[in-house]
Design a protein around this ligand. Sequence first.
Ligand SMILES: C[S@@+](CC[C@H](N)C(=O)[O-])C[C@H]1O[C@@H](n2cnc3c(N)ncnc32)[C@H](O)[C@@H]1O
Length: 262
Amino acid sequence: MSQLTFDADSARALEAIYMTPDVVAQRGRVIDLLAPAAGEHLLDVGVGPGLLALDLARLVGESGRMVGLDLAPAMVAAATARLAGLSQAEVRIGDAANLDLPDGAFDGAVSTQVYEYVADMPRALAELHRVLRPGGRALILDTDWRSLVWHSSDPARMDRVLACWDAHLADPHLPAKLGPLLREAGFTVRRTEIVPMFSPRWQPVSYAGGMVRTIRNFVRANGARFGLDDAELQAWWAEQEALIAADAFFFSVNRYAFLATR
Ligand SMILES: C[S@@+](CC[C@H](N)C(=O)[O-])C[C@H]1O[C@@H](n2cnc3c(N)ncnc32)[C@H](O)[C@@H]1O
């Protein structure tokens, strides 16, 4: 299975999606749940283009510390540029499953839309637990793609397309397992909530507006391995264009936030 790759082009596409009102609101909710304080030391695992890390770095201020790490050099470059000039911020290459950081170094950690890409979750959560101080908070948010409601008059064809899309992740259904995984790693789950990405009609500047193109590009590149030929994919996409033109587009998917403490 080829997962989504995070090169310079996809970093730019992701940045555009992450600036839509849906994802801006998600970042606000993540920050509310984590409740960062001035002077705290925070970690962002899978920092991506650094939008959340920038907000967090400003909140901890110069007396705090904000470390962002990511496996993809293009993401580290984007986040480094975004956080340039903030003395409390540092961005580096790093793997969620093998954190090159000392024990107990952080008051809090965030990881949004990252662990679903990680194959060895027990190891990744053991690492997260290790680098937090006793009582430290972790805020994890991931999508369960089973929560997707994306309207089509041909739901069987939509299911075949989405089976291919599921391959972009190590686990497209991670949230349903996250509670037990966190507890097994030694965390106490304090709070859980749904963060919806909801487009009841077409809006180009929205999470759905960006993601449908990302999904289309992924299934075009990978569909053959799932028995999807060009004609079927063209018919699937033509229907979505027709629904958009008829003001009958509908897309809704849930992210699941877990606040846990060490
Ligand atoms: C969908 S993006 C989310 C970015 C960011 N957390 C956000 O919400 O804006 C997923 C990110 O996870 C990173 N990633 C995937 N697997 C990783 C791993 N094992 N360790 C660190 N980063 C990883 C990718 O490179 C990418 O930047």
